[in-house]
Ligand binder design. Structure first.
Ligand code: IPM
Ligand code: MN
Length: 396
């Protein structure tokens, strides 16, 4: 199997530190297994913008689009880093790619590992029971409330023309108005909802446990959500063997915190998914544990859900697990897409290493109640992988 073309975008703040741990992990696999990567690292983000006046070097978007089998991103966003029009500096990278590469499914698993302390009540608590928290949120990633910003960022990244939506007046509102339209389309909803049903089937096969699909929206109030719900109902009807639930986002936030064990696959419009996944991360030990994949028909981008954490940048203290788990998701997705058995074995090894690290009381960072550094945790998980790889791919 030829090397996979991997583009790495460390971005801002702690993004750079957690990406260094991802690289350490990937290097172990390159050395001790048949899989290999052809890696290009590209600087980007708000800090890069403040330093150079550009969000990333020219040609970067094209490289991600045309010369990458997978993309790995650290974090985007830095205090004071805005474009002249007020938009997020670095947005070309994260939002331009989500929109331009049609990465319509933002997959965010929420799993509490044995040995990890969840963070409800702000107190570290160990209440792990099998399957108490093991769900996956699928956030629509290309339209909804993000649509205008996504379009602006895609246009910047691709050099396309700036198409503005114009509206003249808002009846009943006086004075200065700022607004964000929230288009939700049949096509955009159908593809992400079908994806959620497919993930549910995939999880049933993998876990051997029946899976339900839950639609979260605000269809009692907004038209866009009414369309989203209608399409969910159509797809549910075509998949009668899968149990389905429906919830409004406000009530869902309670449900999520009180009975996460009842949830398996959850599908949500863009902004609701953004908010609910931060909330859900508390159930799995916080943002340091929350990994994600942005998947489209041809491209894929992986990133921790957390941001650049300026307060902790450069201190080597944040939890790298979300990023290492994102690498695990990348291995899994590459294995699936390229039908690559070696890659599949490697994905399982990363998964086992992360799980066993916590289960067996391995070192943890401050967010999980420990005092280990980012690199301590990265090294411990990489070492576990190396041991398993030596057994798995030992040559006679
Ligand atoms: C996320 C982030 C991004 C988003 C920001 C950085 C644009 O919060 O990935 O959840 O809002 O989608
Ligand atoms: Mn977010």
């Amino acid at each position: 199997m030829a090397a996979y073309r991997l583009t790495i975008l460390p971005g801002d703040g702690v993004g750079r530190e957690v990406i260094a741990e991802a690289r350490r992990l990937i290097a172990v696999f390159e050395e001790h297994s048949p899989i290999s990567f052809d890696i290009t690292e590209i600087p980007c983000g708000g800090q890069h913008y403040l330093e150079t006046g550009e969000e990333w070097p020219e040609g970067s978007y094209k490289h991600c689009r045309d010369d990458s089998d997978a993309i790995l991103l650290g974090a985007i966003g830095w205090p004071g880093a805005h474009l002249p029009n007020g938009d997020l500096a670095g947005g070309q990278t994260i939002l331009g790619l989500r929109s331009g590469l049609k990465l319509y499914a933002n997959v965010r698993p929420v799993k509490l590992y044995p040995g990890v302390l969840h963070k409800v009540h702000g107190i570290h608590k160990q209440v792990w029971e099998p399957d108490l928290v093991d769900l996956v949120m699928i956030r629509e990633n290309t339209e909804g409330l993000y649509h205008s910003l996504l379009r602006r960022m895609e246009q910047k990244a691709t050099g396309g023309k700036d198409e503005r939506i114009v509206i003249d007046e808002f009846p009943g509102i006086e004075g200065e108005v700022a607004w964000d339209p929230r288009p939700i389309s049949r096509k955009g909803s159908e593809r992400v909802i079908k994806f959620a049903f497919n993930i549910a089937r995939h999880r049933e096969r993998k876990l051997g446990i029946p899976q339900s699909v839950t639609c979260v929206d605000k269809s009692n109030v907004t038209r866009g959500c009414r369309l989203f719900r209608k399409i969910f109902d159509e797809i549910a009807e075509a998949n009668p063997d899968l149990e389905t639930h429906r919830a409004y986002i406000d009530a869902f936030t309670m449900w999520l915190v009180r009975n996460p064990e009842e949830l398996d696959v959850v599908v949500l419009p863009n902004m609701f998914g953004d908010i609910a996944t931060d909330l859900a991360s508390v159930l799995q030990g916080g943002m340091g544990m929350a990994a994600s994949a942005n998947l489209g028909p041809k491209h894929m981008l992986f990133e921790p859900v957390h941001g650049s954490a300026p307060k902790y940048a450069g201190m080597n203290v944040v939890n790298p697990t979300a990023t290492l788990q994102s690498v695990q998701m990348m291995f899994e997705a590459l294995a699936y897409r390229h039908n690559d058995d070696d890659m599949d074995v490697c994905a399982d090894i990363v998964q086992t290493a992360i799980q066993q690290h916590f289960e067996e009381g391995g070192c943890v960072t401050y967010d999980l109640g420990g005092d280990a550094s980012t690199s301590d945790v990265g090294e411990a998980i990489a070492d576990r992988c190396e041991k398993m790889l030596r057994e798995q791919f030992a040559t006679a």
